[in-house]
Ligand binder design. Structure first.
Ligand code: PLP
Length: 373
């Protein structure tokens, strides 16, 4: 078994989710829009699954729309918020460390004439609410701030952002990409005070191809897809019943003590990794499952490939795209040698100390057999 330490990229589907998907595909395969019994049973199951996700998230099931992935939800939120506020203004605030699923649609709006303020993180990887306060304008229509950064594991001050928006009396909508936060850190959309929130199933042991969008009750957003009127008319298209069943099963199977267990493993990893000569901790991560380290002088792409040969999987993936350091690490202002040697390590409930030991041994072997640049 490889030591899979890239759970922020995706996770292995848990047996409960796989079983639920199989059952939905082979037994409960009716179209939820069909009027006969098999269809109505499928519709009832989708309703139960929506309720299961809502219980975990702490919201009303009617506030949830199933989507295909986090990218879809992020894109929808950005575009729908712009449309929602189109008569009021064309200013957007987001952070310099958002996922591309937020940054790219924001960029597309900028190309259409929207002004964008990017909040910069401090050296620790957190943005400041004071800067947000200063950036809010009368014509601000959207603030988009992630809950947990996917490369650093740092928590962003989303609840404080909501308070700042309220204090300013601004009608700007607040969107939160909580793809890396759901089930890892405690929150509810209401306690965060957000209008829209985006989740993705494959980060929490459900399959790829399912996401969830929270839209606060009372907020009228433009539908994402027009057609048969499924998902309360917000996202037409026959419901992906297998993925929905699997997502609900993965939520139900997520045990209360997972975050503490994962966090303890991360602490063990950080302690073990610190013994490697030259290793720098870039981010310990506030969230239990993500941290980032660097071996200055050893390019991340080389480390990822060499570790892979030893059966250890970590990421430079979003950390280093096509040889270019990621916008997130670049935004921290790290020295170039540190920047080029960054690795993101991310944990899930299946990981063990043996996985961490394999990583540390692997890095020791690689650095012993190669000279640093
Ligand atoms: N937002 C964050 C913070 C992520 O980490 C990811 C995935 O890496 C996404 C959005 C995109 O999610 P998906 O892969 O489901 O499109």
């Amino acid at each position: 078994m490889p030591a899979y330490l890239d759970n922020a990229a995706t996770t292995r589907v848990c047996p409960e989710a796989a079983r639920a998907a199989l059952e939905a595909m082979t037994e409960g395969y009716g179209n939820p829009s069909a009027r006969y019994a098999a269809g109505q049973a499928a519709a009832a199951r989708v309703a139960e699954h929506r309720a299961a996700v809502a219980r975990r998230l702490g919201c009303d099931p009617a506030e949830l729309t199933f989507t295909s992935c986090g990218t879809e939800g992020d894109n929808w939120a950005v575009r729908a918020a712009a449309e929602h506020g189109r008569r009021r203004g064309r200013h957007i605030i987001t952070t310099a460390i958002e996922h591309a699923a937020v940054l790219e649609p924001v960029k597309a709006l900028a190309a259409q004439g929207y002004e964008v303020t990017y909040l910069k993180p401090d050296r620790a990887g957190r943005v400041s609410v004071d800067e947000l306060r200063a950036a809010l304008r009368e014509d601000t229509v959207l603030v988009s701030m992630m809950l947990v950064n996917n490369e650093l594991g740092t928590l962003q001050p989303v609840a404080q952002a909501a308070q700042a928006i309220r204090d300013a009396g601004s009608p700007a909508l607040l969107h939160c990409d909580a793809v890396q936060g759901f089930l890892k850190v405690p929150f509810t959309p209401a306690r965060l005070g957000v209008d829209m929130l985006t989740l993705s199933g494959h980060k929490l042991r459900a399959p790829k191809g399912i996401g969830v969008q929270y839209i606060r009750k009372g907020l009228n957003l433009k539908p994402l897809l027009l057609g048969g009127g499924q998902e309360g008319g917000l996202r037409s298209g026959t419901e992906p019943t297998a993925q929905i069943a699997a997502l609900a099963a993965a939520c139900d199977a997520w045990e209360e003590d997972y975050p503490a267990r994962i966090s303890a493993l991360k602490e063990y990893a950080l302690e073990s990794l610190s013994a490697l000569p030259g290793l720098e901790i870039v981010s310990r991560g506030d969230a239990p499952h993500i941290c980032a380290v660097s071996l200055p002088g050893y390019p991340s792409e080389m480390l990822v490939r060499a570790l892979s040969d030893l059966g250890v999987y970590v990421s430079s993936g979003s950390a280093c795209h096509k040889g270019k350091p990621s916008h997130v690490f670049a935004a921290l202002g790290l020295p170039k040698r540190t920047l080029m040697g960054v690795l993101r390590i991310s944990f899930g409930p299946d990981n063990t100390r043996e996985d961490v030991d394999a990583l540390v041994d692997g890095l020791r072997q690689i650095t012993a057999s190669r000279v640093s640049l």
